[in-house]
Design a protein around this ligand. Structure first.
Ligand code: SF4
Length: 347
């Protein structure tokens, strides 16, 4: 890959965002520059991306070591013809976010599944479009971005429900918003007395760590409520000197991080890889929090790992890792009733 840019541009999160690979000709050009070819024709590419778009930051692309689906970064981010295979058990909305019978999405910008916490969705845009995403149905679609009135309705709802103690900013990826937009959301949330915690779910520390600027850290620190960052590292190759440095800069200012990973076939479904991932996360002071069983999203069968295999991996890790390195292995139930732990029985 040979970009015409200087170091200052490379380290500018907005440049990374604006220079993303979003079409086949750019993808081919980036791969040509790396002397690799793509095993996907125009028709296949259009069939896949008309349903679920592609987006890859130059930084994340630069982490690819082998330009084929055996590479854990390539496999997570480059469209594959396997996505055209949809099995009968796969769904558009695999965890029933939209199920009106459960009333879990009372407003466009809000999901209220658990009594004391809500998801606030200010944007449907992401920095990259992960091929396994469980919200494929909405991410990247601008009609799902929250407008000001949607956010105002969400703040009113949260204010009227004093059982809500935690607000989780998710999407899409909330850190794709500009500093002013993030500051304005945090100011509104901190004015709601019964909110005790704010969490930000984001893949930016992985795919565009330059977003973790000192200015944004200051905005987070200015909020009077504790803010936890939930990052989304899936493979040890994603932990780089840059991400360590940027995350370390935030952690040293007292901003805590946890991590959630998705168990993905031929990405991280080996005890060796998971051990390396979880230990590397602890080394950079991030607690591995969840290991998600991949949801039954349409066109993701090639990335899912059977639950039996997930349990076997956890057995292999038991005793190999300190207890606090092992995340909860969880499954989000398709009927919308929420996450349940998946556990081995030892006693
Ligand atoms: S960043 Fe998160 S929401 Fe966005 S595509 Fe990836 S998994 Fe989906």
């Amino acid at each position: 890959m040979n970009f015409e840019m200087n170091d200052q541009q490379w380290e500018d999160w907005k440049w990374q965002h604006a220079t993303r690979c979003q079409d086949l000709s750019t993808l081919r050009a980036w791969m040509d520059a790396s002397k690799a070819s793509l095993d996907l024709d125009q028709n296949q590419f259009e069939a896949i991306t008309s349903n679920y778009r592609m987006g890859i930051t130059p930084y994340y692309f630069s982490l690819i070591k082998k330009f084929d689906p055996t590479d854990p970064i390539f496999r997570q981010i480059v469209p594959a013809s396997d996505e055209l295979t949809i099995t009968p058990d796969e769904r558009v909305d695999p965890i029933s976010d939209e199920n009106p019978a459960r009333g879990s999405r009372p407003l466009k910008a809000l999901i209220h599944r658990y009594t004391n916490r809500v998801l606030l969705i200010p944007t449907a845009q992401c920095a990259v479009y992960c091929r396994f995403c469980f919200r494929k149905r909405l991410v990247g679609d601008t009609t799902h971005n929250a407008r000001e009135e949607d956010l105002n309705q969400a703040y009113d709802y949260i204010g009227q429900h004093d059982e809500i103690e935690e607000v989780i900013l998710t999407g899409g990826d909330p850190l794709t918003l500009g500093d002013d937009a993030i500051a304005s959301i945090l100011i509104r949330l901190e004015s709601i007395k019964h909110i005790r915690l704010i969490r930000i779910h984001t893949r930016l520390p992985v795919v565009n760590p330059f977003r973790l600027t000192p200015e944004l850290a200051q905005i987070v620190r200015n909020c009077s409520k504790p803010i936890w960052i939930s990052a989304h590292f899936n493979h040890p190759n994603e932990i780089t000197a840059t991400s360590k440095n940027r995350i370390g800069g935030w952690i040293n200012q007292g901003i805590p991080f946890v991590n959630q990973s998705v168990l993905l076939r031929d990405v991280n479904d080996s005890a060796t890889t998971l051990k390396a991932l979880f230990m590397s996360l602890l080394e950079i002071k991030i607690k591995p929090y969840y290991l998600h069983q991949a949801d039954l999203v349409q066109g993701t069968g090639h990335l899912r790992v059977p639950i039996d295999r997930g349990l076997q991996l956890l057995r292999e890790l038991q005793g190999e890792l300190p207890g606090y390195a092992i995340p909860h292995y969880v499954y989000d139930q398709p009927d919308g009733s929420g996450k349940i732990p998946i556990q081995n029985k030892y006693l």
